[in-house]
Design a protein around this ligand. Structure first.
Ligand code: NAG
Length: 233
């Protein structure tokens, strides 16, 4: 084979693998998926502080169709990544049926962490309906990327009419175990136990102390998966 052919071949190989610079700067993509408890809260910002303190912030990014800081959160890290997939007022059933496929097409993810179901409970959806939506979401996430690591956060309490939340949270662990896999682990993260309703600013949404509680729950679990994914564990 002539040298020029060899060169062409190896260049073609490089192009197929993606430009060198792009491969080197490819960041781990984290999707924070949820409703207003993800959108109009500050735990996302405080979790970014933890990623920074752990020295991995430059190797990860938050992804999603939203890029906002509605609560004007001021974490320690000034230039925190404000992307997310939190949608105030939205139901898990609607996200599963109509939206998640498109969101993941636009911004694929390596890790998805979600808390959903509060609005479903408000609108009288049954626990079965919500769990069916969870299953659909896991299927959509895995269809998009079969190796996605998934964190399912138990839903924080409401100050009133909390029974629907309790029923949902009780179903999640066994449901998750049933769908678990080595390639795409599902980690159940208990954000319910120990969450005080006095840490709700309006009976539904976390106050800053509630955001600190959620960051302390979600951050370490996420960081663990990030380190695994980056080969640091
Ligand atoms: C899923 O498997 C992983 C190990 O791959 C484990 O850490 C995790 O707790 C399991 N999740 C559930 C819900 O059983």
């Amino acid at each position: 084979m002539q040298l020029t052919n060899l060169l062409t071949l190896s260049l073609a190989g490089l192009a197929a693998a993606g430009p060198l610079a792009e491969r080197q700067t490819q960041k781990l993509k984290i999707m924070l998926l949820g409703d207003s408890i993800t959108e109009i809260t500050c735990w996302r910002a405080f979790v970014w502080d933890q990623l920074t303190e752990a020295g991995v912030a430059s190797q990860v990014q938050y992804v999603g169709s939203q890029n906002s800081n509605p609560q004007n959160c001021k974490p320690t890290t000034a230039n925190w990544d404000q992307h997310h997939e939190g949608h105030s007022g939205w139901l898990a059933v609607d996200i599963a049926n109509s939206y998640l496929t498109g969101w993941l097409q636009k911004t694929p993810a390596d890790i998805v962490t979600f808390m959903l179901g509060t609005n479903d409970v408000f609108r009288g959806k049954s626990t079965n309906d919500i769990i069916a939506a969870y299953t659909k979401m896991v299927n959509i996430i895995r269809a998009s990327n079969p190796k996605t690591k998934i964190i399912v956060n138990l839903v924080i309490p409401l100050s009133m009419s909390n029974s629907g939340i309790v029923a949902l949270n009780q179903r999640i662990p066994a449901w998750a175990t049933g769908l678990n896999s080595t390639e795409s682990p599902i980690i159940v993260n208990d954000c319910y136990t120990g969450y005080k309703t006095s840490d709700l600013r309006d009976g539904v949404h976390p106050s800053i102390s509630g955001d600190r509680f959620l960051a302390a729950k979600i951050g370490p679990v996420l960081l663990d998966l990030v380190k695994q994914s980056l080969g640091k564990q």
